[in-house]
Design a protein around this ligand. Structure first.
Ligand SMILES: Cc1ncc(COP(=O)(O)O)c(C=O)c1O
Length: 436
């Protein structure tokens, strides 16, 4: 295949000039592997961008999309509907824990986050509590790049050039990442659950009557796989309950099996009021996101005149037929192949494999949960991010796809990964990291 002109595509989250000088182009994919434009096999250590949980180019998903495109290509979901959107919502409600029964469809993680934040604020208003508008995020949180998600997110570089005071009335909890206390801990660390109590400080500062919701990723993914300390999420839940604050779990990464359960809420046994999802919902094939709300949230909106639209919110492509078809086929694979249980069964092997990298001098921390891992590198002096970037380039050139954020390598293979491929991934990484 010939290289296309690279000029016009302004690439997202990419050093465009660096990339276009040395492009990395993927041409096709199957199962656990990508194939590069120059014909090399590349083992997918990241499920694309944390989304291809069932592996690439699954026949039944492809067929479902093709069939749907030929049957009902598009239909609105404003004041009308199509059966597959209802069927999918029903199926998701059954998969979700507890009474997370109401499903609002979006097209991405960012839209799911903005939707959940709006639902939280509107929920309090619907109950006569209109002063609860404040939103609490967490440092090192990533919730997409919409104004809402960026505001509650806690990544300096995502915020600083877009106006520091993004949406008003936002505050942040501290993150839980602490190398001095928790470096090289397999699974959840013992230290750090007290950091949830910082919510009390924010309540004292702002008063609970102004706070609508707290949003956190149960496991922070994009800022480097930050595992919640034991008891932390439970404590956050209890504090939200005490102060009448909604708890939103952003499960765009952890949803659909990443931890070996359908959702992180199942894994931790902590019920949020709202869950945001995307990515694994359609195995990455067609953009789709969703917000899952507990029954009492939906019910709070279902009052007033029956002719009134209860939530003034939605997207042209909410519940897009092709995305619904892709999601149905994806959920079918997850269920038929028991992929969430598979991930659970593999997690101990994964843990042992990634922690076997301890001892390589450049590695200052290894952490893991489910089929996720973060490997933190000592930055080169005065060159933050360069060591991990070099690892990414060297891995790609030699046949392994990893993801890096700053000087942290994130791994999250498709849930179909074989033990031999885990070994291959870890050995590959070991050989590269020894040279950096
Ligand atoms: C936790 C979380 N929330 C939201 C998003 C944003 O998703 P999207 O890129 O689909 O808007 C991401 C993307 O990685 C994410 O990890």
């Amino acid at each position: 295949m010939t290289l296309p002109s690279l000029d016009a595509f302004w690439m997202p989250f990419t050093a465009n000039r660096q990339f276009k000088a040395h492009p990395r182009l993927l041409a096709s994919a199957q199962g656990m592997y990508y194939q590069s434009l120059d014909g090399r096999q590349i083992l997918d250590g990241t499920a694309g961008l944390w989304c291809v949980n069932a592996g690439h180019c699954r026949e039944s998903i492809t067929q479902a999309i093709q069939k749907q495109a030929a049957t009902l290509d598009y239909a609105p979901t404003f004041q009308m509907g199509h059966p597959i959107a209802f069927e999918l919502a029903d199926r998701l409600a059954k998969l979700l824990p507890g009474d997370l029964n109401a499903v609002f469809f979006t097209n991405s993680g960012a839209e799911s986050v903005d939707t959940a934040l709006k639902i939280a604020i509107a929920y309090h208003r619907a109950r006569g509590d209109a002063s609860r508008t404040r939103l609490i995020g967490r440092e090192r949180g990533y919730h997409g790049v919409g104004f809402g998600g960026m505001s509650v997110g806690g990544i300096g570089s995502n915020r600083k050039v877009f106006a520091s005071n993004l949406i008003p009335g936002v505050d942040h909890l501290p993150h839980t990442h602490n190398l001095a206390q928790n470096a090289f801990t397999p699974g959840q660390p013992e230290w750090g659950d007290h950091l949830a109590d910082e919510l009390e400080r924010l309540v004292a500062l702002h008063d609970s009557s102004t706070i609508a919701a707290v949003i956190v990723e149960p496991v922070a993914g994009s800022t480097g796989v930050l595992i919640p300390p034991k008891g932390y999420l439970e404590r956050l839940r209890a504090l939200c309950d005490r102060h009448g604050i909604l708890l939103i779990f952003d499960e765009v990464i952890t949803g659909f099996g990443r931890l070996g359960t359908a959702f992180a809420a199942d894994y931790f046994g902590v019920m949020p009021d709202l869950i945001t999802a995307a990515k694994g919902l359609t195995n990455g094939t067609i953009p789709m996101g969703a917000v899952f709300a507990r029954q009492y949230i939906y019910d709070a909106f279902m009052q007033g005149p029956e002719t009134a639209i209860e939530l003034f919110h939605g997207y042209t492509y909410s519940g897009h037929p092709l995305a619904c078809a892709a999601a149905q086929a994806t959920l079918e694979i997850y269920e038929q192949e028991g992929l969430f249980d598979r991930a659970k069964a593999l997690a101990p092997y994964w843990q042992e494999a990634v922690h076997s990298l301890q001892g390589i001098p450049s590695i200052i921390d290894i952490r893991n949960l489910g089929l996720m891992a973060g490997i933190e590198l000592e930055p080169y002096p005065n060159q933050p991010g360069q060591r991990a970037y070099q690892a990414l380039v060297n891995c790609f050139e030699t046949g392994l796809l990893i993801r890096v954020t700053g000087d942290i390598i994130a791994l999250s293979p498709p849930l179909i990964v074989e033990k031999s491929q885990i070994d291959q991934m870890v050995d590959h990484l070991r050989n590269i990291l020894k040279t950096l």
